[in-house]
Design a protein around this ligand. Structure first.
Ligand code: FAD
Length: 447
C-alpha cells in the first residue's frame, strides 16, 4: 500500500459505474477520491427529455459533491484525467498527479462518427447536458426561423428533422420529436404548421432496435409510424453536410440532423495499455481488473466482458451499476483477505421508450409493447434518478405533460444560427409582404 494508513481508491468518472462504486465504499475503511471533469452526475437515459424540452438539466443531473455530502471518506474532484502510470500507481490529471492503491476507471463512452469527426458540427450526438441543450436549441430555433421567414413572406427549406441511428437513443429522439411537432407546437405558430414537419429516422441495418428481439423491433417501428415518424431501414448515411445528409446518391435536406449511431469508448481505455476491442473498450478479466494489474479495474461502458452465452455485456446503466458495486465489494474483500469472486451480470430486462405511452420491454421470455412497457420504463427510470428532489420533480413534470401535452423547458439559449439553414430564399421573396398562412410557406415535402 502506498499509504501507511487507510488505502486510497481513485475512481475516474462519476457516471453510473463510478458513482455506485463510490457509494458502496462510503463510510468503509478506505479513502475515496472520485475524479470527474464535470461537477455533476448525468442521468443519461433522460437526456432526450432535455433535448426535447420536456425536462430542465438540473432535473436529470446531481452535483457529485452533493451526493457524497454525508460521506466524509469520499472526496470529489472536478478535474480531467489525461493519463496513468500503472508502475508508479498514479493518475495524471491536467492539474496534478494522484497516487492510489486501487484504481477504478469508469470514464464511459461517447458517440462515434465512423471516422468522420467533421460531421459532428452538423449532426450533434446526445451524450452530455451541453449536447442535449444544443439539440434543444436547434430544434426550437428551426420553428422560430421558419415562422420568421413565413411572416416575412419567404419560403424556408423543408422542415425535415433527420435522426441517424435506429438504436434506443435514435428511437426515443425521433418519437418525442414527432410528438412535439404534432401536439406541443402545433397550435402556437401562426404562419407555419409544425405538425407538417417530417421526422425521418435512418437506420443502416434492416430493423430499428437491432439489439432487441425481432417482434419488439417490428412493434417499435409500428409505434414510431403511428406517431408520424418516417422510418427508413437499410439506409446507410454516407455523408453529413450543413443542412443535409447523403445516403449513397440520395441527398436528404434536413433542417436539423441528430446523430445517434456508433459508440466509441473513452480514450482513457487505451491509455491503460491493456488489450481493447475495436471500439476501444478494455477487455477486462472476470474480476473486472486488467491483465497484470489486480489493483486496476475498468467498469461500465469503457469495459467489455462476455456473459455466460459468450455475448458481450451491453452498454447499459444496470451493467455499469452492478459492476461499480461489485468492484467496491472486491476491494473490501481484498482488504479483509477474502478471495475474489468473478463478476456476474444479473439481467433484469431492457426497455426502450418511443414516446408518450409508447415503448417496448424485453424481459427474457416476456415481451411487452405500448402503454404498459412505457409505464414500466417511466417508473424504473424515475426510481433510479439520483436524488429525491429530482424524482419528485420529474414525476410531476411527466404527469403534467402527459395530461396537457405541455413541455415547459422550451428556452432557446446561445447563438441563433443553424448550420445549413436557408435564409431569405431569393426565389421566395414576398410578393405582398403578408403573413403566410398555416397551409405552410415552408416546403415540407421535398428531399
Ligand atoms: C442518450 C442516452 C440514453 C441512454 N439510455 C439508457 C437507458 O434508457 N437505459 C440504460 O440502461 N442505459 C441507457 N444509456 C446507457 C447508459 O447511460 C450507460 O451505459 C452508462 O451511463 C454507462 O455508465 P458509465 O459509468 O460507464 O459511464 P458514464 O455514465 O458515461 O460516466 C462516465 C463519466 O466519466 C467522466 N469522464 C469521462 N472522461 C473523463 C476524463 N478524462 N476525466 C474525468 N472524467 C471523465 C464523464 O464526465 C462521466 O461523468 C443511455 C446512454 C445515452 C447516451
Amino acid at each position: 500500500m502506498s499509504s501507511k494508513q487507510t488505502p486510497r481508491v481513485i475512481i475516474v468518472g462519476g457516471g453510473f459505474g463510478g458513482l455506485n462504486a463510490a457509494r458502496s465504499l462510503a463510510n468503509k475503511p478506505v479513502r475515496v477520491t472520485i475524479v470527474d471533469r464535470k461537477n455533476h452526475h448525468t442521468f443519461q437515459p433522460l437526456l432526450y427529455q432535455v433535448a426535447t424540452a420536456g425536462l430542465s438539466p438540473a432535473e436529470i443531473a446531481a452535483p457529485i459533491r452533493n451526493v457524497f455530502r454525508g460521506d466524509t471518506n469520499v472526496v470529489s474532484l472536478m478535474e480531467e484525467v489525461v493519463g496513468f502510470d500503472l508502475d508508479q500507481r498514479t493518475v495524471k490529471t491536467t492539474e496534478q498527479e494522484l497516487s492510489y492503491d486501487y484504481l477504478v476507471v469508469a470514464a464511459g463512452a461517447t458517440h462515434a462518427y465512423f471516422g468522420h469527426d467533421e460531421w459532428e458540427p452538423y449532426a450533434p450526438g446526445l451524450k452530455t447536458i451541453e449536447a442535449a441543450l444544443e439539440i434543444r436549441r436547434r430544434v426550437l430555433l428551426t420553428f422560430e426561423l421558419a415562422e420568421r421567414q413565413a411572416i416575412a413572406g419567404e419560403a424556408s427549406g423543408p422542415l425535415n428533422f433527420v435522426v441517424v441511428g435506429g438504436g434506443p437513443t435514435g428511437v426515443e429522439l425521433a418519437g418525442t420529436l414527432a410528438e412535439i411537432c404534432r401536439h406541443v407546437l402545433a397550435h402556437e405558430f401562426r404562419s407555419i404548421d409544425p405538425s407538417m414537419a417530417r421526422i425521418i429516422l435512418l437506420e443502416g441495418g434492416p430493423r430499428v432496435l437491432p439489439a432487441y428481439p425481432e417482434d419488439l423491433s417490428r412493434s417499435a417501428q409500428e409505434q414510431l409510424e403511428r406517431l408520424g415518424v418516417e422510418v427508413r431501414t437499410s439506409a446507410l448515411v454516407t455523408a453529413v453536410e450543413p443542412g443535409a445528409v447523403r445516403i449513397g446518391d440520395t441527398r436528404l435536406v434536413a433542417a436539423v440532423v441528430l446523430w445517434a449511431a456508433g459508440v466509441a469508448a473513452s480514450p482513457l481505455g487505451k491509455m491503460l495499455g491493456a488489450p481493447c476491442d475495436r471500439a476501444g473498450r478494455v477487455l477486462v478479466e472476470p474480476d473486472l481488473s486488467i491483465p497484470g494489474h489486480r489493483e486496476v479495474f475498468v467498469i461500465g461502458d469503457l469495459a467489455t466482458l462476455k456473459d455466460k452465452q459468450g455475448r458481450p455485456l451491453p452498454g447499459l446503466a444496470p451493467v455499469a451499476i452492478q459492476e461499480g458495486k461489485y468492484v467496491a465489494k472486491t476491494i473490501l474483500r481484498d482488504l479483509d483477505g477474502t478471495a475474489r469472486k468473478d463478476f456476474h451480470y444479473w439481467d433484469k430486462g431492457t426497455l426502450a421508450t418511443i414516446g408518450r405511452a409508447a415503448a417496448v420491454a424485453d424481459f427474457g421470455k416476456i415481451h411487452i409493447s405500448g402503454f404498459l412497457a412505457w409505464l414500466s420504463w417511466l417508473f424504473i427510470h424515475i426510481f433510479f434518478l439520483i436524488g429525491f428532489r429530482n424524482r419528485l420533480l420529474v414525476f410531476i413534470q411527466w404527469a403534467w405533460s402527459y395530461f396537457t401535452y405541455d413541455r415547459g423547458a422550451r428556452l432557446i439559449t446561445g447563438n441563433t444560427s443553424l448550420p445549413g439553414w436557408v435564409g431569405r430564399h431569393p426565389a421566395a421573396t414576398s410578393q405582398n409582404g403578408k403573413e403566410g398562412d398555416r397551409s405552410g410557406k415552408q416546403g415540407v415535402a421535398a428531399d
